[in-house]
Design a protein around this ligand. Sequence first.
Ligand SMILES: Cc1ncc(COP(=O)(O)O)c(C=O)c1O
Length: 489
Amino acid sequence: MTTAHSPAQPATIPSTTLGAGLRSSPAVRTAVDTILAELARASAALTAERPPNPGLKESYDALLARASDVRGRALLYPFIGSGLGNGALVELADGSVKWDMVCGIGVNFFGHSDPDLTRAAIEAGLDDVVKHGNLTSNADAYEFSSLLVSLASANSALRHCYLATSGAMANENALKICFQKHSPASRVIAFRDCFMGRSTTMSQIGDAPDYRQGLPLNTLVDYMPFFDPVEAERQGKAAYIAASVARLEDFIHRYPGQHACFIFELIQGEGGFNIADPEWARALMECCKKHRIAVWDDEIQTFGRTPRMFAYELMGVGDLVDVLTVGKMTQCCATLFTPEYNPKAGLLSGTFTGETVSFRVGTRVLQRLRDGAFYGDSGSNARHHALFRRLAADLIARHPDWFPPVPALGGGGDRLAGGVGGMMRLTAFGGDKARITAACKACLDEGVIVFYCGHGPYHLRLLPPLGVFKDSDWPRVFAVIERALAKVK
Ligand SMILES: Cc1ncc(COP(=O)(O)O)c(C=O)c1O
């Protein structure tokens, strides 16, 4: 018998939830397929770079003016997307089409309007809420986290994952974990030219004076020089490594027991795509272990794009990593840690962990990275890098006047094209800041989006969408870069 307080139950309990039933409903699948077919039709119309549509100039200028006005500062690049792209090509709201070789500073490894990721995004839109939190959440957040941990744990002792809504926040969580574990140690060690994000603390640790102008300084940082291949060659690698370890020991002896962590960016991003040497990195990490200093690996920029999924795998140092941060192409940012570094309850939380769409798309990104042919010496990340270097060498040889030798890089020629995997740099105009910035703007005008990196010398920075990039795209992109560099005074 039912009463007002005990409503009638259905006679049979469905074998799945209504939510799962909705997602797998044939009507929903047909509707999503129809949308994706429309997307493919629209996207296929973008086949090459093209200039702005003069008829859209007025409305585009108004959009840019509104963006600048509301921010209180002009956009660094006059870029506002239309919402449509095709692989590495993206359409702007002025109707122009450009090669996107920086992908939101490394976010869109699978380019623009990717049908598989769009499907995941549309399906995510059906969920009952957009945002999830630490208190209550659907399963997607944990699916993403479990997959990330299973990939990370193959070659490290990392076993747990905490989500955050930005790389800076993932780094904040990492720092708290290290401080709590090694309390009362209050100093950190970081590399010269590192970048860690723009929270108050990360702006202090990041080695760029402009990014912390006017901020009170309350974080104690000791800076180690990053690996310098020119110096290592000059001194001999063994002597160079010994000198680096001696320098680290110096800091440790000056402040005994006071360092909570050493933050490693094994390939510096903003700092100029500088690459650590594996033996050198191992020697510094082992020194940290000896002195009970946490080894924290910031892979927010490197994750997924080197010839191994994790830069610690490329360097063979996964056994030494205590804490790891990832972001950008993962769509969700995360802090991973070993059981030993699992913090006490209450240290990490926050209202939001992220959005259904980020979890679903992020999970697809991880699955595609895992199942694709990106990694290894003959993987596509390495192959694309080799193609980049070959075309860069041709460009340098054709225009020696644009590519003078750079002493800090040990000379000219092939030393002016660098990086690893999907992190590519090209050092034109002697690495002069003003001319590199002008080159970025000229590239944008001509139809290819690149950015810069380094703190002197400066380089053109490419983070291409290698997940969808074709070998045959390279000469087309280089033709635009060549036209652009010809315009730089
Ligand atoms: C190495 C590194 N750490 C941290 C960050 C900060 O990430 P976010 O901009 O998502 O806060 C970045 C961003 O460029 C980065 O490259």
